[in-house]
Design a protein around this ligand. Structure first.
Ligand SMILES: [Zn+2]
Length: 490
């Protein structure tokens, strides 16, 4: 047997002012021929799982492009087409193949392509023909389109948000495709549109129980896999919205029934699923009222993991205005400030202008007399464990301090995933009363063990989580909560 693997992905925030071009892919993750490092990017983990499993079976593996870009705005047409065509050329060269495994995000939008994943899958299907199994793993923040489901043999999305299950889902997909190749199973996918938009934290009830129940359905009554595509609310495309997907061993009617009942159950839970957002002052008041630290405040609106600039100053400014010290913030994206800190070196003290450079959604820059704590060229943060252990690049970075507030500034736009984003820059996160992290939810897995409390802060910013205020032009406005009361389940 011979399998073919590739990764092409990003999560496109169509409201973001940054375009996504070659540079973003090159700086985030770009590997050819399976040349992954010991600590790969999260999105490379499935490729490594599939390679290992295939080799255990004595199968040959043709490894194509692995390209992932930090979420930002729409991908340039020629950039998407260049990577897509490279994968297709590699596939053509590798043929005949017995199966194709693709890892993609599921919310990639390029100029002229609302559904990059569906486009790539359709071309792959055309090339390999109707009988070669094509397995796909997606981020749960995907637009799970009918085209993708039509063209793939089996699709599995992550189940966990924060995403901690890259490897587990890859293992499951491998089993389904291997079973298909062995003639043991015949996957059939049933898709159901839940008619709603949202952000669903699987770390809390009632979502925790919902995911556990999904998992309990797997492995009996011919159910091979159950996925919930949460959707990506900052992608203004016609098929944006939450959808359930059930893969059965050729039980189309039962699969459709299950997908529908799971989708309706999610809709019934909709108001309970909305994360408990606080204003900046509410969050600071509650953090200061706590006896123990650190209290983690998630600046969800400036999460570069969803395409925001990652340089907003709203919470920093409020900390200064209220005279709150013993706080730390990671990370503010400011390559200019970082280069000044690196030039001056640890221990230097000087006036620095920080953040607020990318437009009104970033707030105004803050001018401070800072002391440089530590500088680290090519800094990283590490998270996860076992097969899910991964490294993400912070770029050149510095820990700086002013008025008792310690701040990590960095040169590569990235969300804060781990306390190592602080500790690698000379800041001890466990000693702070308040830790501000620019992240919507991925911080949770690594920060929950050290946090006395966690609050989600709806500060101003590019990813303000009020969907009914987003300037949608192309999504279906009859989806909840964009229009309450007009729900018609299909
Ligand atoms: Zn995601």
């Amino acid at each position: 047997m011979k399998i073919f693997t590739a990764l092409l992905g990003t999560e496109t925030n169509t409201f973001s002012p940054f375009v996504t071009g070659f540079q973003n892919f090159e700086e985030t993750y770009l590997v050819r021929g399976g040349n992954h490092s010991e600590t790969p990017s999260a999105f490379a983990i499935p490729l490594i799982v599939w390679r290992d499993r295939a080799r255990e079976q004595g199968w040959e593996v043709a490894e194509s492009l692995a390209a992932f870009a930090t979420p930002a705005g729409v991908t340039l047409r020629h950039v998407y087409e260049s990577y897509r065509d490279e994968i297709l050329a590699d596939l053509l060269a590798a043929m005949p193949v017995d199966a194709v495994f693709l890892n993609m995000h599921g919310a990639m939008v390029a100029e002229g392509y609302d559904d990059c994943e569906g486009d790539l899958l359709a071309r792959v299907r055309e090339m390999v023909g109707p009988d070669v199994p094509v397995g796909v793993e997606l981020d749960l923040h995907c637009h799970l389109t009918k085209l993708m489901v039509d063209k793939a043999t089996a699709i599995i999305t992550f189940k966990e948000y924060p995403h901690i299950d890259f490897a587990e889902r890859a293992e499951e997909l491998f089993s389904i495709i291997a079973g298909t190749l062995a003639g043991k199973v015949k996957p059939h996918m049933a898709l159901y549109d839940c008619r709603m938009v949202g952000v669903f934290h699987t770390s809390r009830e009632p979502m925790r129980g919902y995911v556990d129940d999904m998992q309990k359905l797997e492995g009996s009554n011919g159910v091979l896999s159950v996925s919930l595509a949460h959707c990506f609310p900052w992608g203004d495309v016609p098929e944006m919205g939450a959808r359930t997907l059930v893969i059965t061993d050729n039980r189309p009617e039962y699969g459709a029934q299950l997908a529908q009942s799971l989708g309706q159950k999610l809709f019934d839970l909709r108001t309970q699923l909305v994360p408990p957002y606080l204003s900046i002052d509410e969050a600071l008041d509650r953090a200061l009222a706590g006896e123990k630290g650190p209290v983690v405040l998630a600046d969800v609106s400036d999460n570069s993991g969803g395409g925001a600039p990652n340089d907003s100053t709203f919470i920093l400014r409020r900390l200064l205005e209220r005279g709150i010290a013993n706080a730390a913030i990671a990370c503010i994206w400011d390559p200019v400030a970082v280069s000044l800190a690196i030039e001056a070196g640890a221990g230097a003290q000087f006036e620095m202008r920080i953040g607020g450079k990318m437009g009104p959604m970033s707030g105004d820059p803050v001018d401070l007399l800072v002391r440089v704590i530590k500088v680290t060229p090519e800094a990283v943060q590490t998270s996860g464990s076992g097969a899910n252990r991964r490294t993400s690049r912070l770029g050149d970075a510095a820990g700086i301090e002013a008025h008792g507030i310690e701040i990590v500034i960095n040169s590569k736009r990235t969300q804060t995933l781990s306390p190592t984003a602080f500790s690698n820059l000379g800041i001890d996160p466990s000693e702070k009363q308040i830790l501000v992290v620019k992240s919507m939810q991925h911080f949770y897995a690594e920060f929950a063990p050290i946090a006395a409390e966690i609050f989600y802060v709806a500060a101003p910013g590019a990813m303000l989580p009020n969907f009914d205020e987003l300037p949608y032009e192309r999504v279906d406005r009859s989806l909840w909560p964009l229009s309450e009361g007009q729900h018609t389940a299909n």
